[in-house]
Design a protein around this ligand. Structure first.
Ligand code: DX5
Ligand code: ZN
Length: 230
């Protein structure tokens, strides 16, 4: 694919210095920031608590995004990866906080159409994510209404997991059906696995631990971009 964009995931960064870590990524040539939001809080609806969380981990929410936006200025593109139940709940708060793209999980909502509309009305781009167990046919009906499809290459929840190569047929199928759609991969992507993603047709590359663990993030970001854009 030509013109791949690299979005570091700051999940495995030094979260006590999140602003500095984001700046370090941008200074190292990151095209955008992939910000992983995970739930862990039940939402009240119709007098009943839903205690079903989307992932077994908690990260941060819109107040942190608001602080990052203040610190980093208007330029950096924030791709919010919303690993939460009831993603409807956070559209407006995230828009107000300064998010540019709202990437929600198809598995987490009963009404993707309404959610897509709401995200647009709040001025954000729309990303639609699927977990490894979700087949790509479920995403296809929405593909013409979204800006980006995210094909997860690990089970969402944690950084540093092993890349699932058997997700590549999903990417390839989407690329064939929707030639101009942005396709993002997320999970276990680094110098050893990016080529497979690129060959399948991904053009937005999320990479967490491979970049964070390096002493030289700039060279890893450059490498990922060069391999992907070949
Ligand atoms: C996993 C997150 C990913 C994660 C990627 O649930 O969505 O964004 O941080 O980290 P690596 O690249 O280490 O798998
Ligand atoms: Zn992510």
């Amino acid at each position: 694919a030509s013109g791949c964009k690299i979005g570091p995931s700051i999940l495995n960064s030094d979260l006590a210095n999140l602003g500095a870590e984001c700046l370090r990524m941008l200074d190292s040539g990151a095209d955008y920031l992939h910000l992983d939001v995970m739930d862990g809080h039940p939402a009240l609806q119709g007098g009943q608590f839903f205690c079903k969380h989307f992932v077994p981990n908690i990260t941060f929410g819109h107040p942190v995004v608001e602080s990052l936006r203040k610190q980093l200025g208007q330029d950096p593109f924030f791709d919010m990866h919303m690993m939460v139940s009831r993603p409807e709940q956070w559209v407006k708060p995230m828009a107000v906080a300064g998010a540019n793209q709202y990437t929600f999980h198809l598995e987490a909502t009963e009404n993707p159409g309404a959610l897509i509309k709401d995200i647009r009305e709040n001025g954000m781009k729309v990303g639609l994510a699927i977990k490894p167990g979700t087949t790509v046919e479920y995403l296809a009906p929405w593909a013409n209404q979204i800006d980006m499809a995210l094909v997860m290459t690990v089970e969402p929840g944690f950084g540093g997991q092993k890349f699932m190569e058997d997700m590549m047929p999903k990417v390839h199928w989407l690329r064939t059906q929707f030639p101009t759609l942005d396709i993002e991969v997320d999970g276990g992507v680094g110098p050893d696995t990016v080529q497979k993603c690129a060959e399948a047709g991904a053009n937005m590359i999320v990479s967490g631990s491979a970049i964070m663990r390096s002493d030289d993030p700039r060279s890893v970001i450059n490498l990922l971009r060069n391999v992907c854009s070949e």
